[in-house]
Design a binder for this molecule. Structure first.
Ligand SMILES: Cc1cc2nc3c(=O)[nH]c(=O)nc-3n(C[C@H](O)[C@H](O)[C@H](O)COP(=O)(O)OP(=O)(O)OC[C@H]3O[C@@H](n4cnc5c(N)ncnc54)[C@H](O)[C@@H]3O)c2cc1C
Length: 313
């Protein structure tokens, strides 16, 4: 691996994003002796997280350490270049794609794997962003175990995003309050089910999350409502959605099945835009680091096969 000093004429692939998906794509393409340029602007989705869970052989590793290890292991592959810049534009060309970086450089590649991830939409009240990754979480699979048997809150509305997540969290704790920050939108059926499982519903608007010296043992903050008593909790899990971290796929005409992910036609992560691949969180719904890494491999193998097909025909 080397830092890029000057643009190379035509790369086999330009990878956008250096999280688990992009790094694994680059690794496998490097092992195929492909010329790969990987751009990353250093804002992984789990930037705030202290420990990554559920990743075989790496359970509990600091996310930054996982990325550092992955980059270290790219080093022997001389045809792989990592560049710390944001890609701001991409277009189709006769030979594949051209991309433009935030510092005004342009590069061309035959294939374009996007592994740029997503951005989570956090509730806007003070405290949510500050406590994100500490007491505010979105993913029970990532952080439920660490919060087991603690007093928990769920932030969400409606049967699915509010009621469904609250019921799911009973796997990890029996002390759960659903906070809908306004009318809950729950059906009578869900209200009955929540009630059956001892889950209270607080519909008062939330003003802030407050960390203070009077927060009781086991709790890490209090939820302050517009009215009614404060609620001490160890953690709050939210379900308010996410969006793509770049609009590159949309600009290239990639079909979006919803704002969260790109349509990918088969298990090689290729989209209906020829030569455009999407891997990792940006592509579908099991948003876990090891899945993102595996999708990076799928994209890399798909790209290598496509290049072989073009070159050896
Ligand atoms: C708080 C939190 C905790 C989590 N905990 C876990 C956990 O315990 N276990 C687990 O498996 N998963 C966890 N996740 C999910 C995990 O972070 C993602 O599944 C994983 O990071 C997805 O990898 P990715 O490569 O698709 O995207 P990312 O890791 O988000 O990487 C995308 C990269 O692309 C870069 N990028 C974006 N746009 C551009 C551009 N235009 N130009 C250049 N670079 C760009 C970004 O800066 C980023 O570095 C957690 C997520 C969060 C938010």
């Amino acid at each position: 691996m080397r830092e890029s000093k000057r643009p190379v004429e035509l790369w086999d692939a330009i990878v956008v994003g250096g999280g688990p998906a992009g790094l694994n794509a680059a690794l496998v393409l490097g092992r195929c002796r492909r010329k790969v340029l990987l751009f990353d602007d250093g804002k992984p989705r789990n930037l705030v997280s202290h420990a990554l869970h559920g990743f075989l052989s790496r359970d509990g590793i600091a996310p930054a350490q996982l990325l550092a290890l992955a980059r270290e292991q790219l080093a022997p592959y001389e045809s792989v270049v990592v560049d710390h810049a944001r890609v701001i534009d991409a277009a189709r060309t006769d030979t594949g794609f051209s991309v433009r970086t935030c510092d005004g450089r342009s590069f061309s590649a035959r294939k374009l794997p996007l592994a740029a991830g997503v951005v989570d939409a956090l509730p806007e009240q003070p405290g949510f962003r500050e406590l994100y990754g500490v007491g505010v979480f979105h993913c029970p699979y990532c952080d439920g175990w660490e919060m087991r048997d603690q007093p928990l809150a769920i932030y969400g509305r409606g049967d699915d995003k509010g009621g469904g997540l609250a019921l799911e969290m009973t796997l990890w704790s029996r002390d759960i309050v659903l906070c809908s920050d306004g009318p809950s939108g729950l059906s009578a059926d869900y209200r009955r089910r929540l009630d059956w499982h001892g889950i209270a519903v607080r519909e008062e608007p939330i003003v802030r999350l407050e960390v203070g010296s009077n927060v009781p043992y086991k709790a890490s903050f209090e939820i302050v409502f517009q009215s009614g008593p404060r609620l001490s909790r160890a953690a709050i899990f939210f379900n308010t959605g996410r969006s793509q971290s770049t609009d590159l796929a949309a600009r290239l005409g990639c079909d979006m099945y919803d704002p969260k992910g790109c349509t990918v036609d088969n298990d090689q992560r290729v989209t209906h835009v020829p030569g455009l691949y999407v891997a990792g969180d940006a592509s579908r719904d099991v948003l876990q680091a090891i899945v993102a890494a595996a999708e990076g491999v799928e994209a890399a193998i798909g790209i290598n096969k496509a290049l072989l097909h073009e070159d050896l025909a």
